[in-house]
Design a binder for this molecule. Structure first.
Ligand SMILES: [Zn+2]
Length: 215
């Protein structure tokens, strides 16, 4: 059984959903830097306040700060599913040194692959209920923004940052930062590519079987 996992993938690839499912089924803690930051902020720690100064400006955390968070977290945990971390090659190599100092390693890095065209249609077709917060997709759920929410009859709306221009920028950034990371893990022999076009359940089944198989 694998206990130390990294999930990489573009927006709308379902990383967060898969990480949460793995957490529920295997009890492996699901870690995103965003969550660690939120909990440190809630506790009002110095590192939490420092992170706040970036988050409030909508900036990404510098590598050094993200690593301090993860380093602190690894002080008390030896199993993890990282989601959205490492985000840069600098974070990936530093994470390796951190783990080595604890005689731990990453067992598998799953790269959730989704063509850009599919990311666009998943993201741009996304409608969120303004009342209950449920998220729907115009294509999958065969509904449009003028329909009421199927769950509560609330008003459906597109998120304002889901524009094509903003999304293309995010995608370009994703590819630019992710390519060196996947090359790095591929060279280490721990990268496994997963085609996520076939939906959440088949992706989960594949991850489930692979994680249960002997590492
Ligand atoms: Zn609703």
């Amino acid at each position: 059984m694998k206990n130390r996992i990294v999930l990489l993938g573009p927006p709308a690839s379902g990383k967060g959903t898969q990480a949460a499912l793995l957490g529920t089924v295997f009890g492996i803690p699901h870690v995103s830097t965003g969550e660690i930051v939120r909990s440190e902020r809630a506790k009002g720690t110095a590192i939490g306040l420092e992170a706040d100064s970036y988050a409030s400006k909508g900036l990404l955390f510098p590598d050094e700060l993200a690593l301090r968070f993860v380093g602190q977290w690894l002080g008390t945990h030896s199993r993890f599913v990282f989601d959205g971390f490492p985000r840069t090659i600098g974070q990936a190599t530093a994470l390796n040194s951190l783990l080595e100092s604890k005689s731990l390693d990453i067992q598998t890095v799953y790269l959730l692959e989704l063509p850009d065209s599919e990311v666009r249609s998943r993201m741009l077709g996304r409608l969120t209920c303004s009342v209950c917060g449920a998220v729907f997709n115009e294509t999958f759920h065969k509904i449009s923004a003028s329909d009421p929410c199927p769950k509560c009859d609330g008003v459906l709306a597109r998120r304002r940052d889901d524009t094509l221009e903003a999304l293309d920028h995010r995608l370009a950034q994703y590819h630019e930062f992710t390519k060196p990371i996947t090359d790095y893990y591929e060279a280490a022999g721990i990268l496994r590519k997963v085609d996520v076009r076939f939906g959440r359940d088949s992706v989960f089944q594949l991850l489930y079987n692979d994680i249960r198989a002997d590492a």
